[in-house]
Design a protein around this ligand. Structure first.
Ligand code: TPU
Length: 558
């Protein structure tokens, strides 16, 4: 039977390992959606809006390695760009697909609906080219395979989103069938000369240092597995710390784990360890203003080996032409042993004491009970806000995963992202920690959790406002209209769903709500945690002051 451009795309998405793709319908993409349904390699899942569709794809890519989403031209795609920015910033290969105008209209002088009313429709591709690593507008069925393959291959290799625009009258056009997927999946072959030189230089760096520490950064996510990092750590035998954005990117039950390094809000003594080391092996970090606590804290460059995604810089020389994974694996084979010289035994992590069950619920009690819920099969999604710090200070069992978005930090991301992670990894427990402020941006995606019966356990932190912003810089703009967040679930159930909405005003109610959430396997459970507006982590208070100071630096003297 007829094989089409849309079938080609659909087959490729299945070949690269997607089980699902996300979509919001629009008249520029309906025929394309039909092709994906007909070819059937992946399940078609719908979102309430295109921003949430993009965030869902971003979350899916975290759990599955890659994701794909399909939206309509302009009115759909331009909403999704924020989420594609997140995928770019967080190094996630989301295949961002948009339906496009009929090929007969481009150049015809026709004005089309859903556009800004000009006769050149090329501006969407130009806009998204800034937040993607490849952007292809399909102009003919003959050239479609090469363009689709190029976009997907580039996204997978660079771990960045890529864009494909398919005109509405080409989606169903006859097309050749795809060849083996290996041409899309293969890593570029590493430049052995550079790789060997980098590994040799790294060995010399390590041999010459007395106190070595590994600092794991957030872009090690692109390795797809923690194994290479654990192997390197065990070979060298030194202490391992992680950055806040890399929480859970090294098993915390490992004997070499020594906490989160985040300047003065570090945990387990990691600040002293990193800042007194004379050799810090940094793995794909992002030393942005938030990570360095307002430019206060980062390892001294002269004592740093910086291993980034496609480049290693050590002892004043840079090496390129190989991916981080190749370097870490090669170094794990040959690195000299540098045991944790003079480093104390693994300190006992801080533990939050339990509140009295009938005492008014506190942030600490909430964090304590959530920590107890997180097991080795749990993915905890932590939204921008005090939820970051509640997640960072948790003590994680091996196998637990934390997903955060500390580079892009677009509030609302976490609700669809947690859902995306749950679509991709249905055999894991999915827990979401989100503040009331962020939740108001993407709340309706909880309805899709009801629709698809996805049992995400949502801790809605109702502290009556934008507390992270209040701690950075307060003003009337940080206060919001309160909602009955738990009550929303009845609206989303509409008499047939299995969502559950519960309130928790004290530790006993929270414990009871968590038991009910664990038992609710056919829908989301939203637990509205009522805590005081000034009740937040000490980490946020200290960090917020320093970040505010950095934001208010006067302009440099001309
Ligand atoms: C899309 C987007 N718009 C605005 C911001 C700035 N922002 N960052 N955090 C916030 C408030 C977060 O408030 P909540 O979610 O309630 O979190 P907490 O109260 O800190 O637990 C804002 C308004 C942002 N980070 N992303």
């Amino acid at each position: 039977e007829k094989f089409t451009v849309g079938h080609y795309l659909s087959a490729r998405l299945g070949q690269i390992g997607l089980k699902d793709h996300l979509a919001v319908a629009g008249d520029f993409n309906l025929v394309l959606l039909d092709q994906l349904l007909e070819e059937g390699s992946t399940r078609q899942i719908y979102s309430c809006n295109e921003l949430n569709c993009g965030y869902t794809a971003e979350g899916y890519a975290r759990a599955n390695g890659a994701a794909a989403m399909i939206v309509t031209f302009n009115v759909g795609a331009l909403s999704a760009v924020n989420a594609i920015g997140s995928a770019y910033a967080e190094s996630l290969p989301v295949i961002f697909i948009s339906g496009g105008p009929n090929t007969n209209d481009q150049g015809s002088g026709h004005i089309l609906h859903h556009t800004i009313g000009t006769t050149n429709y090329g501006y969407q591709m130009e806009m998204v080219s800034h937040v993607t690593c490849a952007a292809e507008v399909i102009h003919s069925a003959e050239n479609a395979p090469a363009q689709i393959d190029h976009a997907i291959r580039t996204a997978l290799r660079l771990r960045k989103p890529a864009y494909i625009e398919i005109p509405c009258n080409l989606a169903g056009a006859p097309c050749v069938r795809p060849g083996p997927v290996s041409s899309l999946l293969a890593e570029a072959t590493p430049d052995r000369v550079s790789l060997d030189a980098a590994v040799k230089a790294a060995g010399e760096f390590l041999s010459a240092r007395e106190k070595v520490v590994i600092l794991v950064g957030s872009r090690v996510r692109t390795l797809g597995s923690l194994e290479p990092i654990v192997a390197l750590a065990e070979r060298v035998g030194c202490a391992v710390t992680v950055m806040g954005a890399a929480k859970s990117f090294f098993p915390e039950d490992h004997p070499l784990f020594r906490g989160v390094y985040w300047g003065e809000i570090s945990t387990m003594g990691a600040q002293e360890l990193v800042e007194s080391a004379d050799g810090v092996v940094c793995l794909a970090p992002i030393f942005n203003d938030y990570a360095t606590v307002g430019w206060q804290s980062r390892p001294k460059p002269e004592d740093t080996l910086l291993a980034d995604l496609n480049e290693v810089t050590v002892d004043g020389r840079s090496y390129a032409g190989f991916h981080l994974g190749a370097f870490v694996s090669a170094l794990a084979e040959s690195a000299p042993r540098r045991p944790a010289t003079g480093q104390t035994a693994k300190p006992a992590p801080d533990v939050i004491p339990a509140s009295k069950p009938d005492a008014a619920l506190t942030n600490d009690e909430m964090a304590r009970q959530i920590n107890a819920l997180v097991d080795g099969n749990t993915t905890l999604t932590a939204e921008t806000g005090d939820s970051w710090f509640n997640a960072v200070r948790m003590n994680l069992p091996g196998g637990a995963k934390v997903e955060s978005e500390m580079q892009w930090g677009s509030i609302g991301w976490s609700v669809p992202a947690a859902l995306g992670g749950a679509y991709a990894a249905p055999d894991r427990r999915h827990v979401l920690m989100v503040g009331d402020g962020s939740f108001q941006l993407t709340a309706q995606e909880v309805a899709q959790m009801v629709r698809y019966e996805v049992p995400v356990i949502i801790f809605l932190v109702n502290n009556r406002g934008y507390v992270i912003e209040i701690k950075i810089h307060d003003g009337p703009y940080n206060y919001i209209k309160n909602w009955d967040y738990a009550g929303l679930i009845d609206a989303f159930n509409a008499g047939e769903g299995h969502g559950l909405g519960l309130h928790a005003h004290n530790g006993a109610e929270l414990a009871e709500a968590i038991e009910k959430a664990k038992a609710n396997t056919r829908g989301p459970t939203l637990i509205e945690c009522h805590i005081g507006q000034t009740d937040c982590t000490d980490m946020l208070v200290r960090w917020g002051k320093k970040v505010a100071a950095a934001n208010s630096r006067p302009p440099a003297k001309a």
